[in-house]
Design a protein around this ligand. Sequence first.
Ligand SMILES: *Cc1c(COP(=O)(O)O)cnc(C)c1O
Length: 460
Amino acid sequence: MTEPGFRTIIEPFRIHSVEPLRMTTRAEREVAVAKAGYNLFQVDAQDVLIDLLTDSGTGAMSRDQWAAIQRGDESYAGSPSYFRFRDAVRALFPFEHVIPTHQGRAAEKIIFGVLGGPGKLVPNNTHFDTTRANVEFTGAEAVDLVIAEGRDPRSQHPFKGNMDVEALQALLAERADDVPVVFMTITNNSGGGQPVSLANLRAVREVCDRYGKLLFLDACRFAENAWFIHEREDGQAGREVADIVHDIASLADGMTMSAKKDPMGNIGGWLAMNDDELASQCRSLLILTEGFPTYGGLAGRDLEALAQGLTEAVDHDYLRYRITSTAYLGDALQRVGMPILSPTGGHAVYLDARALLPHIDPLHYPGQALAIALYEAGGVRSCEIGTVMFGRRPDGSEVPAPLDLVRLAIPRRTYTQSHIDYVIEVCEQVVAAAGDLRGYRIIDEPPALRHFTATFEPLR
Ligand SMILES: *Cc1c(COP(=O)(O)O)cnc(C)c1O
């Protein structure tokens, strides 16, 4: 948060326990990244100074979360830690059934295991990649129906994550029998961490009601989404974020969740819903792979940390600081000439590598070139989201992705404003030398999800 009249963002916490960062030289980093086959997923975290690869599970837990861990009760069945977790979830999302899982994707695997299958079709504003993979694994089709503004990197729409309600209505008019559930991802991660408005959720609810369809939330960044509603939607500014979250939940029939995002966990997730029969089918699958329904792949101490984390996630001072500090990075990067997706979303800033490096052909991976340059220049690790990630077609051909982006994801409560100022300087240096950057060639890649393990070679 920023004190009125001051520019400096005050982190609304002070540091209680420190983790040393290991300093490296540019020469050391050039060796490390070459050894990793120019793939940042293959670089040891020890060789990274500022790690912006993901905001998933990388946040700092609070003093009170560490204290809660001591209270963890490891009883196999009916642990009091489960009940504290369940009640903390229900305080925000009052669903009848709350089923813990080890991560968000485990919740997805279970719900689509019950609702998916060949011939089925699941609409979403935009499927996150694990969500899409879990839908498709059952033989069902995953359809993205975000509004047109959500696909335009320069559109300033305040709720770029919104669902195209008319497209949803048209799809249901044609294929209602094939649609088991409608999903809404808040915030829309794959679309740049962009929020969804309450008005849009209400409109989607109405369409679902008209066709008698379940509406589920992929709610990983629910608190950031609620903060954007608080800041941007008419009539919401005076409300408590927890009440806005309540309104969001009351429009849905259930949710999947990764607790590695807004709930401040280093691990965890859950599945929640109102329908008894659906919950009973989900619990049967849960027992096969995750565990008994009162721990679901988590230790009692993890459940305690999440129960506490959920109360911290909706704190206004925290959320103001969180969203302001992400925007601070986005604004500063634009000032130093780095093209970005705008407006800045909640958890990350997305650099437009194709715009910065027009001299690199998309099939020579401008996003990879930019990500490697940021690492070599300053030890900043980011994530290519472009042609490396999405360019390989199932038929083996290769095409440019719609955009070549590099994501700087901000771990929660982990880095200070001076770390972020350093990242801005590193970007400034890379922008100044952008004309000298060269593309890459893939020398070895696996058949699927190549971005994790492919090896590259710089073009000379
Ligand atoms: C991270 C994420 C998931 C998957 O959660 P994991 O805990 O990584 O398995 C699903 N949906 C969205 C929107 C996410 O951001």
